[in-house]
Ligand binder design. Sequence first.
Ligand code: SF4
Length: 362
Amino acid sequence: MTELLSPGGTMEMVREALGAGADSVYVGPLGWSRREAAYELPHHQILEVIQMAHDRGARLRVALNADIEEADHAEMMRKVEAYACRGVDGFIVKTPKAMRAIHARFPEITIHASVGCNVRDRSAMERIREAGATQFVASTALSTYDRIAALKRTADEVGLGVELLIHSNRCVTGVGGCRLYDYFAPYFEEQVVHDSDGATRTKLIGNPDKGGVCYRPCLGTHIPQIAERFPAKVLTYLEKSNNEIYALLEDVPRYIALGVTTLKIQGREYPTPLIAELTKIYRRLIDQTRAGLADVVSARAALDPVLAERDRCRTAKTRQLHERLMAKVSEELHRQLVARMAATDWDPNAEESRLRRAEPTA
Ligand code: SF4
């Protein structure tokens, strides 16, 4: 039966999503997932929410979906062991090597290939199945029913479950398929996070694959300092591309009929009431579909005001990220200026006196 998977960016969000009817909730351990630390949970809370989900007859998935280096596998497995001992129901993973390590130790636990894997063809499916994945999140580059149905047929042949983001950010070439943020690598910022089990991780703000948030430069091309860092052909591409919401509401009944394994709501970074409301809307539609009474029109009417709120939150967040990026750009320019001054004998005080001497007198 198709499950509804909701985000858990905080303990409160986990509780509310479960109360709103999620079959399962996913959370990220501090430092290990594709979200800012503010939307991840410390180790002890993850142990608590596994129990909280089980007490309500639901499941709990843990996202370890940043790029995790092999050197960090021992530390990752320490966490995996702790969560597995508490009965965690699945891990959401990006790198095949990390999938292999988890699958070798816990072959019975569900492994979701993260949306960051950007799976959209048979060869990618075979690669992750060989690594131990049991299901994968379909690339957000695919948004029509026909393309998703074709993907599902291939997944059936390969022997993998399909998970669909029914409500998510899109990203221009699909989440996980974009490296545009690399143009801003000089402005990435290291953030060290300390977990309650004593573990320490370093996130790279600006690089979502390294556990930091993306500065979303693709949405900042109206800002000259951002636009000028993209090559002209990229700017032209961005003008024609779409990084707005990815939402599949109207086709939910058809995806359930198709037999997709999981319908997932993205959004650990959104306010809890918004996630609770989204969960309720999709829960109702899934239940109606199962009863043969799907009412997509009412679901759309309920969803539209929530989308307006979601857009407001997302726009505010994007603005904040652009301000953060611009602050890094200014810092870097200042650093370069100071370095240039140090490398020459240019003296700003002498320059000021020279300019003053040159000023016309009244
Ligand atoms: S630059 Fe834009 S499209 Fe690329 S990862 Fe960031 S938000 Fe997504």
